[in-house]
Design a protein. Structure first.
Length: 76
């Protein structure tokens, strides 16, 4: 179950607070401290291929799209 699936299910249970609390207790994803899922892209929310150099916190795809806007130059 992905994080987005978990949030979709949680929306459906908002009208049933007792069931929602039990669901949260047993099915909430863990907060990650290490690994790929510990960091998300600030722009699109992807987990993999994360650039944290210079405190960018972007995935490689978003970095390619906005690199020139933020002052990086392509040399090839």
């Amino acid at each position: 179950m992905t994080a987005s699936d978990w949030k979709k299910t949680l929306k459906q249970l908002r009208n049933k607070p007792v069931v929602m609390n039990k669901y949260i207790k047993h099915n909430k994803p863990k907060e990650r401290k290490i690994g790929l899922t510990a960091r998300k892209c600030e722009r699109c929310g992807r987990f993999g291929a994360h650039l944290k150099q210079y405190n960018l916190n972007l995935c490689r795809q978003c970095f390619r799209e906005i690199a020139e806007e933020i002052g990086f130059h392509k040399y090839s």
